[in-house]
Write a protein that binds this ligand. Structure first.
Ligand SMILES: [Zn+2]
Length: 243
């Protein structure tokens, strides 16, 4: 089995139609009361109706299960390629709002800024766009490296493939976490919350199924929780993700 390495067509999430709006926004009756302003402790992405917005209904487990006759490494590789590509496209549409000024750190929670380990093994704060650029370039180079992600039939995946994909996964999670924490307003403005939620729920379900993520990566430390950790918990309660 070979995997195409062609870049997919540039695909900006389609302009939503009323069909993608949450049902309670479609009513023709009197306009709904304005939503209560969320308390600072509760980000909008874990509030109704946004937390329920998704393109896929039901549990995401069904779409992450290894298809029959497909090699597990190949399945993980092709899914990581898709997560990377889709996340990159989402980031590209909000990139003008994620600047050196607006995002001076790689924030992902009120008390959490991810740091970058530089060449001297020192942990440094980088503006989010710089951090994300480093991460995405690093992942793109790995995906393009035949020694890590072989695409020709007959070539094997390297022994360090599992650790490489875990590392990639952890960094992709950070990009998701930053977008939810710092740019959710733009996602809503673009009416892309159902697309973005579906992508992230799929990413989390896949990570759990193939043990690519650890709970501590999603939740963070008690003193510095990851914002999307609460979303993960909420989706488990709602049955969208496995508990
Ligand atoms: Zn940003």
């Amino acid at each position: 089995m070979t995997r195409s390495v062609q870049r997919p067509q540039k695909r900006v999430p389609a302009t939503p139609t009323s069909a993608t709006f949450p049902p309670d926004l479609q009513s023709n009756a009197a306009p709904p009361p304005p939503p209560a302003p969320p308390s600072p402790a509760k980000p909008l992405y874990i509030c109704s109706p946004f937390v329920e917005a998704a393109l896929v209904k039901g549990n995401f487990k069904t779409i992450v299960i290894l298809p029959k006759y497909v090699d597990i490494m190949e399945w993980v590789a092709v899914n990581i390629f898709d997560f990377y590509t889709n996340l990159n496209e989402f980031y590209s549409i909000i990139t003008e709002c994620c600047t050196q000024q607006s995002c001076q750190t790689m924030s992902a929670g009120p008390a959490l800024n991810y740091t970058w380990i530089n060449q001297d093994r020192k942990s440094v704060n980088l503006p989010a766009p710089t951090y994300i650029d480093y991460v995405m370039t690093w992942i793109q180079n790995l995906l393009d490296d035949e020694n890590v992600f072989p695409t020709k039939s007959g070539r094997d995946f390297p022994p360090n493939f599992p650790s490489a994909v875990k590392h990639i996964y952890r960094q992709l999670l950070r990009v998701f976490a930053h977008i939810y924490h710092a740019h959710y307003a733009q996602i809503l403005h673009l009416r892309s919350e159902s697309h973005f939620n579906s992508l992230f729920a799929h990413f989390l379900a896949f990570g759990k199924e193939y043990e690519l993520l650890e709970a501590k990566d999603i939740k963070g430390a008690p003193a510095a929780p990851v914002g999307v950790g609460a979303l993960w918990e909420k989706w488990k309660e709602m049955g969208i993700l496995e508990a």
